[in-house]
Design a protein around this ligand. Structure first.
Ligand SMILES: C[S@@+](CC[C@H](N)C(=O)[O-])C[C@H]1O[C@@H](n2cnc3c(N)ncnc32)[C@H](O)[C@@H]1O
Length: 264
């Protein structure tokens, strides 16, 4: 079902998609190979010198464990293949207990990014990393995600940074704005909102290899034999991110700035 910017669906829509994706996963070797590459990229950005747990939020199918076996996988839904149930707005982790916090295709589902960042900062150890991997909305990204993905891009939509008074994390709905990471980390629309963080990396990447998988439901183009071709193409085209980027890798480090924070 196509969504429009600002639309809200019951949160259970996420679980409907997780179950459908899990079935498609078995039938899509090309997609599995591309995800493995994405997970390896994320793994290469972990800082294992920091004491604490490696945690993924919104793990969905939990496939990150194939590459990062010691990652604690979590989601809003207590699916049996995951380690734990967690809500980004209210983590069960003690203060400063996480070394690396991973969000793969989750950032654009956070309706209240500043509220989530406050919670991430609380749970991360000093110097701990927040690693975000999300859609990049270049001209190509805009075209492909806009035409072929059911979630809105929402570039013109105001960002609702903070949850309203009285918001309860359990009331989180299904929200999507695929352009959210692009606006916040790549275009830096509101740098003051990143106080408390050192932005140590923002890498937009071309990913025609990913588009060629058709995602979880579209047609697959070319088959595994083409993967070397796509990878070379992506390496070349990543030199023109504004035109071709499809994926954004962001690494933030929790800095020592003292901020006033509140928790639910
Ligand atoms: C697009 S899926 C990505 C799943 C998985 N990371 C992957 O890449 O295959 C988004 C996931 O984020 C989860 N999610 C959405 N809002 C969340 C929140 N407030 N806290 C934790 N997880 C959330 C959803 O349940 C869903 O599993």
């Amino acid at each position: 079902m196509p969504l429009h910017a600002g639309d809200s669906l019951p949160v259970g829509q996420h679980d409907i998609e997780i179950q459908a994706n899990r079935q498609a996963w078995q039938r899509r070797p090309q997609l599995r190979a591309v995800y493995r590459g994405f997970h390896e990229l994320i793994a290469s950005r972990l800082d294992r010198r920091i004491p604490g747990h490696i945690v993924e939020l919104g793990s969905g199918m939990g496939s990150i464990k194939e590459v990062i076996p010691d990652c604690v996988t979590t989601d809003l839904f207590p699916n049996p293949w995951l380690d734990r149930q967690e809500n980004a707005y209210c983590l069960s982790n003690a203060d400063a207990s996480i070394s690396n916090l991973i969000l793969f295709d989750v950032w654009h589902h956070l309706r209240y990014p500043a509220t989530a960042l406050t919670e991430f900062r609380r749970a991360l150890a000093p110097g701990g990393r927040l690693i975000v991997f999300d859609p990049a909305v270049s001209w190509t990204g805009r075209l492909v995600y806009g035409l072929f993905h059911h979630e809105p891009i929402g570039l013109g939509q105001p960002v609702t940074w903070d949850a309203p008074d009285g918001f309860r994390p359990a009331d989180a709905d299904y929200f999507a704005a695929q352009g959210a990471a692009t606006r916040i980390f790549w275009r830096r629309e509101a740098p003051a909102r990143l106080a408390g963080w050192d932005v140590s990396e923002v890498t937009p990447l071309a990913s025609f290899e990913y588009f060629a998988t058709g995602g979880f439901s579209g047609p697959q183009i070319g088959g595994p034999a083409m993967s070397r071709f796509w990878r070379r193409l992506d390496r070349g085209l990543s030199r023109w991110p504004n035109l071709f980027a499809a994926r954004l890798l962001v690494v933030l480090k929790r800095n020592a700035v003292s901020l006033q924070t509140s928790r639910f």
